[in-house]
Structure formats: structure tokens, C-alpha cells
Design a protein around this ligand. Structure first.
Ligand code: PEP
Ligand code: MG
Length: 535
């Protein structure tokens, strides 16, 4: 994928032309924002939320004011946009890693607006009738969302971490992806590559025999996947419910198609991204929640209350001046500062579940200690919600003192994406830190064992809903660590189901022990692989 930045010429315009150019810039901004929203509507689910956030970025009033100022100083519309975005980009890039992670999204918006003003094709995924592997420096959410899975056999990026938006969306689509691979874009167009999204390997120009072998292995795997169905269980019948992560009603068809036994993580942020100034109405919330609850009449649906802040900022809730948003007011902290938002969300959930037989559960993101857990439990009880209430374990303090959290709440759910970020002090949006975000890191496995063990001791459940659950081999290890359910992007479910079906609970426990005895993520994986050979 071409990443060329379209630099418009620096021709000067007269003062008389300025209003016309300003109108052109405004029209282009609006058209691009509308296009992003349309792409979002088409893609649905988590992609929609991301694209709508990008549309908001395009319409940022300060940015538009800067564009207008530059045009009134004699620049053309395209040059004004180009320079205003460049200035904003510098600010973002310098504002710390969390904002720097959004630079790719910003660049994509800029390229789209400039391309429209210049009347040239939009940058992005190349047109092709032939199936291909897409190589890119990074993929903007707008591109990932519309990749055609029948043409794109996989994608490989230099940037982005294993828990970045692009990786999460790729899993939701079921497209093989390898991210954070240095020098990926140095490969020439047309070279034959093989991509293994499970191991993260990209083979360049494999021999004819190797290609044949890989095709055979892939066909065998597909056949095994097609044959796997029913609830998640080990070969000796230990049940591990396999649940889907969804970002909204748009993700339900895939969850049902892949046999999800329920929803283990309903990210409700998407509802809140439509309007940066206020929370969605209770009625609008009820409607969206009910669609998800109705899809699983006999299953379980775990709804996470709003997780605003850090990588999911909301203008009306997230302080704009935090020096380090990932360590600032986010998740449950935001809701405790804005109790009316939490109350309205819990009320909407209670109304949405009225008359339904689904097992509704609600959980809070970013619970740090027992006081946090208690505050959430009290809010749930006060809302009169007929649902189990739980805490996400995403902060090391919560994993270490899981037993104390369980004095207040009825279940735990491990958010391994943030748990890795906070355990290793490694921003999940920074590709160069991917080594530290690897969920195979033994320190992360120790924390998972701590939380799962505490839950087991009191007979409560402790699932995993972070991306770790979607790795088939790791899913077996998590089961061995005592985790009671696994929730993942729907496309991963058949792979995890197939892997679990091949191993016994005792083998899972042995693999977990071997992985924890290792000293690096790679060693932990190899040790587990040895115990569970065949997966
Ligand atoms: C599931 C998680 O939540 P999110 O990815 O939405 O932060 C996590 O942190 O692992
Ligand atoms: Mg999280």
C-alpha cells in the first residue's frame, strides 16, 4: 500500500480568492467525514466506532480554524489543510506516546482531504481483482474496516502492536495479520509470501514444495475447523465456555456464525462516540443493548460499562490536560467522577433486559482496588439491576489482590491487553514495544494465575476477554491457569475450540506450569508447545 504523502504546491492565492478556497476546504472536510461515517456504517461493530472517531478528528473546530487562517494568509485550500494538519501532527507526536499513537489516524484523514481537494484518487488499499497479501507501514482503521476478506488473504504491517485497533479489527474480520514486523514494506510488490497469523511468521518466496506443504496444512486446518462445533471443552470434557467480544449489534452475525456461547465482552464505547458533547439518550442505549441481549436467549452476555479515557477519549468526560492519560482518569474512575453517566447506563441495561431470559452480567473496566470494586457493586445494587456484577482485572494491583476484590463482586474478567500494558509499563499503541505486550510473558501469566486462583478459591468465575484468549495455544495455557471462560473476536472461536478439543485439562495444567517456569515469552510459548504438541 502506497504511503506517499501528497504534498500540494505552495502557490499563493489572492485575498479575493480566500473565501472560495475556505468554502472548498470546508466542503472537502465534510465530504471526508461523511465518507468515514458511511464506511463505518457499512463495516459496523468496532470498526464503526473507530471510523466515527476519525470523522470527529476531521471536523475538529480548532483544526478547521487553523486551515481558514492559513488560507486567509494566501495559501490554497489544499496547502492550508496540509500545513494545518502538519502543525497538529507535530503537537500530537510530541504529546506523549498515547497521542502519538493517533498520528496514523490523523495522517489518514489529512491524506483523504488533500486528495479530494486535488481531485486525485484517495490513498488506501490498492484496487485488485487478484487475491493478495497487503503490506503497509500501518493501516488506518478506515482501510482495515473495508478490506475485502475474499481478496485480502492477509496483511502485514511495520507499525501497530498486537493489541492495537488494527489488530483487534483484523481478528474481528478473521483476516490473517502480522503486525509490528520491521522492514515489512521493503518487500517488493509481486513477491510471493506466506503469512501465518498464529505464529507471526512471514515466509518470503517459499519454494514450490514448501508452498504445496503450506497449502496442504492450511486445507487440513480448515477441515478441522469446519468439523469443530458445539461448546468449548477439553478432550476429557472440561467445559470452557467460548464467548465473543463485540463492539455493537453489527458484530452479532459473526458471533452467531462461529458458535459463540454468549458475549464475554460487550464494549459499549461505540454508542458514546456519536456525540462528543454528551452521553447517548437512555432510549438509544436500551435499543442497542437489547439487540445484543436478544441474540443470546440462553447464553450469557457480559456488558462492560463505559471505558472512556486513554486510548478511547470522550470530549465531555475525559480531561484534556492529563500529562499521562493511560495513568489518568479513565474507565471506572471516569464513571465515579460522573455518576450520572454510570447510573443512566445501568438503568438502560436493566430496561433492555426486561422480559428476557439471557444471563446478563455487567462489569467495570480499570478496577484498581477493593474500594473501586465496592463503589461499582453499590452502583449496580442501587440501580436495581437483575444481573451479576463483576470487575475487570486490568491493573496489576487488581490481579495481586483479586481475593479482596471478590469480597465485593461476583466475578472477574481479565483484560490482558491493559494488564500487559500496565505490568510492563509498555504503551499498547507503540509498535516498537510489542515484545513487552506479548501475552506469553511469564510475569503476565503469573498475574493471571493469581487472579484465577483467587476466584477458584471462592467458587467464582474468572474469564479472559483480552486478546490473549484468541491465541489457540495460549487459550489452553489459560485454561490450565484456572481461567473459567475465554472471550475473543468471533473469528478466533473455531481455532480455539479446535485446539482445546485436542488436549486434556491435565495437559493444559502441565503446559501452564511449563510456561510459567520460563523466563521469556518465546521460551514460555515453546515450553507450552512441547507439552501440547499437536495444537
Ligand atoms: C479487554 C480489554 O479491554 P480494551 O481492549 O477494550 O481496553 C483489555 O484491556 O484487555
Ligand atoms: Mg482494557
Amino acid at each position: 500500500m502506497g504511503t506517499a504523502v501528497l504534498e500540494p504546491p505552495t502557490t499563493q492565492i489572492s485575498a479575493a480568492e480566500a473565501p472560495h478556497e475556505q468554502a472548498r476546504a470546508q466542503a472537502a472536510v465534510e465530504a471526508v467525514a461523511a465518507d468515514l461515517i458511511a464506511r463505518g456504517n457499512l463495516a459496523g461493530g468496532e470498526a464503526q466506532a473507530v471510523l466515527e472517531a476519525q470523522a470527529l478528528m476531521a471536523q475538529d473546530p480548532e483544526l478547521i480554524a487553523d486551515v481558514n487562517r492559513r488560507i486567509s494568509e494566501g495559501n490554497s485550500a489544499e496547502r492550508g489543510v496540509y500545513d494545518a494538519f502538519a502543525a497538529y501532527r507535530t503537537l500530537l507526536a510530541a504529546a506523549g506516546e498515547y497521542l502519538a499513537g493517533r498520528v496514523a489516524d490523523l495522517d489518514d484523514v489529512r491524506n483523504r482531504i488533500v486528495a479530494r481537494l486535488l481531485g486525485v484518487p484517495m490513498p488506501g488499499v490498492p484496487d485488485s481483482d487478484e487475491p493478495y497479501v497487503l503490506l503497509a507501514r500501518d493501516l488506518a482503521p478506515a482501510d482495515t474496516a473495508l478490506l475485502d476478506p475474499s481478496l485480502v488473504l492477509g496483511f502485514v504491517t511495520e507499525e501497530g502492536g498486537p493489541t492495537s485497533h488494527s489488530a483487534i479489527l483484523a481478528r474481528a474480520m478473521g483476516v490473517a495479520a502480522v503486525v509490528a514486523l520491521p522492514r515489512a514494506t521493503e518487500l517488493a510488490e509481486g513477491v510471493v509470501v506466506a503469512v501465518d497469523g498464529s505464529s507471526g511468521e512471514v515466509l518470503v518466496e517459499p519454494s514450490a514444495e514448501r508452498q504445496e506443504e503450506l497449502r496442504r496444512l492450511a486445507a487440513e486446518q480448515q477441515a478441522a475447523l469446519a468439523a469443530s462445533s458445539g461448546p468449548g471443552r477439553t478432550s476429557d470434557g472440561f467445559m470452557v465456555p467460548l464467548l465473543a467480544n463485540v463492539g455493537g449489534p453489527g458484530d452479532l452475525p459473526a458471533a452467531l456464525e462461529h458458535g459463540a456461547e454468549g458475549v464475554g465482552l460487550f464494549r459499549t464505547e461505540f454508542l458514546f462516540l456519536d456525540d462528543s458533547a454528551k452521553a447517548p439518550s437512555e432510549d438509544k442505549q436500551v435499543e442497542a443493548y437489547r439487540k445484543v441481549l436478544e441474540a443470546f436467549p440462553d447464553g450469557r452476555v457480559v456488558v462492560r460499562v463505559l471505558d472512556a479515557g486513554a486510548d478511547k477519549p470522550l470530549e465531555f468526560l475525559t480531561p484534556a490536560d492529563e500529562p499521562n492519560p493511560a495513568l489518568g482518569v479513565r474507565g471506572l474512575r471516569t464513571l465515579l467522577e460522573h455518576p450520572e453517566v454510570l447510573r443512566s447506563q445501568l438503568r438502560a441495561l436493566a430496561r433492555a433486559a426486561e422480559g428476557l431470559s439471557v444471563g446478563l452480567e455487567v462489569m467495570a473496566p480499570m478496577v484498581a482496588d477493593r474500594e473501586d470494586a465496592r463503589a461499582f457493586a453499590v452502583a449496580c445494587r442501587e440501580a436495581g439491576l437483575d444481573a451479576k456484577y463483576g470487575a475487570m482485572v486490568e491493573i496489576p494491583s487488581a490481579a495481586l489482590r483479586a481475593g479482596s476484590l471478590l469480597q465485593e463482586v461476583e466475578f472477574l474478567s481479565l483484560g490482558t491487553n491493559d494488564l500487559a500494558q500496565y505490568t510492563f509499563a509498555a504503551d499498547r499503541q507503540v509498535g516498537s514495544l510489542a515484545r513487552l505486550q506479548d501475552p506469553w510473558q511469564p510475569a503476565l501469566l503469573d498475574l493471571i494465575a493469581s487472579a484465577a486462583g483467587a476466584a477458584q478459591a471462592v467458587g467464582k468465575s474468572c474469564g479472559v476477554c483480552g486478546e490473549a484468549a484468541s491465541d489457540p495455544l495460549l487459550a489452553c495455557v489459560l485454561t490450565g491457569l484456572g481461567v473459567t471462560s475465554l472471550s475473543m473476536g468471533a473469528a478466533a472461536i473455531p481455532y480455539v475450540r479446535g485446539a482445546l478439543a485436542q488436549v486434556s485439562l491435565a495437559q493444559c495444567r502441565q503446559a501452564a506450569e511449563a510456561a510459567r517456569a520460563a523466563d521469556s515469552a518465546a521460551e514460555a510459548r515453546a515450553a507450552a508447545q512441547q507439552v501440547l504438541s499437536g495444537v
